[in-house]
Design a protein around this ligand. Structure first.
Ligand code: FDA
Length: 305
């Protein structure tokens, strides 16, 4: 049953018509539990509150199914505004973005032009930018763009997904770039030909790449809400004497708040991935797919904005 629900929410997350309709009607279905606000100013207040508690943040302007050059450029402008707000308000925050929102599916030139503008603004303001990893169909292009831009800009990181069979090879191939990597399990619906279908295998692979990246000496963001993976990372830290400045935990805004606080109290660096914007539908559906129990919040959200 859980698998059916999961597939259902992932199917919804890919629905263009619902995504566009959701934008028009504003936050619904418990969206404000996972999304920090409609604009960067609302988000900035939430970031400040998190910074005051000791959390650092990575902020993400939500945008899915961009299909015109105009929208892609608008999205890039929004990223640059976010960078300026981070700098002006002295927020402890980085930026995360998706290449599709900057025109990846429209043209290579467009996405590169947008990325260079954003990275330039980030460099000037001292803000690091992480390229989120999307579905498998875009993996090669995303890695290519990352490695090209990484040679021009230092303030750049990306994400690798443990559910992919090829992730270990990608990790090794990126090693020469001394990358800032966020490691995740993976959130998209992928074919068994490219990704482990079973959670146990994904978890096993996740542990492997965390260990490998830490032992490679690269800065590693372990982005998970999974107690076992967090415990495993702490074991690695002890066993291999990994310096605390070499890694951080990352979690999504609104998910497992008590765990976020606990890690902070234990002295770990904890970064909250904080999305904002009116394009909340796909993001929320992926969160529901991860944990169909979240549907309870959705049902409440139908009655409460
Ligand atoms: P898992 O799904 O096994 O969950 C472990 C436990 O965490 C669950 O038992 C539950 O208690 C809790 N939990 C997990 N998800 C929850 C939810 N939605 N609501 C409530 N509780 C939940 N993916 C991707 O493909 N590309 C990317 O760029 C990113 N970026 C990214 C950034 C950050 C900061 C995070 C934390 C995650 C991502 N992801 C991602 C998503 C990631 O791939 C994965 O889908 C989720 O993190 C869920 O997997 P967990 O590792 O939390 O484990």
């Amino acid at each position: 049953m859980e698998q059916i629900m999961r597939n259902f929410f992932l199917f919804l997350s890919n629905n263009k018509t619902l995504t566009k309709a959701a934008k028009k009607y504003g936050f619904r279905f418990g969206a404000s539990r996972f999304v920090a606000g409609v604009d960067i100013h609302e988000a900035a207040n939430k970031i400040k509150a998190l910074n005051d508690k000791g959390f650092v943040v990575t902020v993400d302007h939500l945008g899915e199914f961009i299909d015109s050059e105009f929208e892609a450029k608008q999205s890039a402008e929004e990223c640059i505004t976010a960078i300026k707000v981070i700098a002006k308000e002295q927020l402890q925050a980085e930026l995360s973005l998706k290449l599709t929102s900057l025109g990846l599916d429209i043209s290579h030139e467009l996405v590169m032009e947008n990325m260079r503008k954003i990275l330039q603004a980030g460099r000037e303001q001292g803000v690091t930018v992480t390229i989120d990893m999307e579905d498998y169909a875009r993996l090669e292009q995303t890695l290519k763009i990352f490695t090209t831009l990484k040679q021009e800009f230092d303030n750049l990181g990306t994400v690798l997904q443990a559910y992919l069979y090829r992730v270990e090879e990608d990790l090794q191939a990126l090693n020469e770039y001394n990358p800032y990597l966020r490691l995740v399990k993976g959130a998209y619906k992928e074919s068994e030909t490219v990704a482990f279908p079973d959670k146990a295998d994904v978890d096993q692979n996740y542990k492997k790449i965390i260990k490998q990246n830490l032992l490679n000496g690269n800065y590693t963001a372990i982005a998970t809400h999974d107690d076992n993976i967090i415990a495993y990372t702490k074991e690695l830290e002890q066993t291999y004497d990994i310096p605390s400045e070499q890694f951080e935990f990352q979690m999504l805004y609104g998910i497992r708040l008590e765990l976020q606080e606990r890690l902070l109290q234990e002295g770990y660096k904890v970064r909250i991935y904080l999305p904002y914007g009116d394009d909340w539908f796909g993001y929320n559906m992926r969160r529901l797919a991860e944990r169909p129990a979240n549907v309870a919040f959705v049902l409440k959200g139908i009655f409460k904005k």
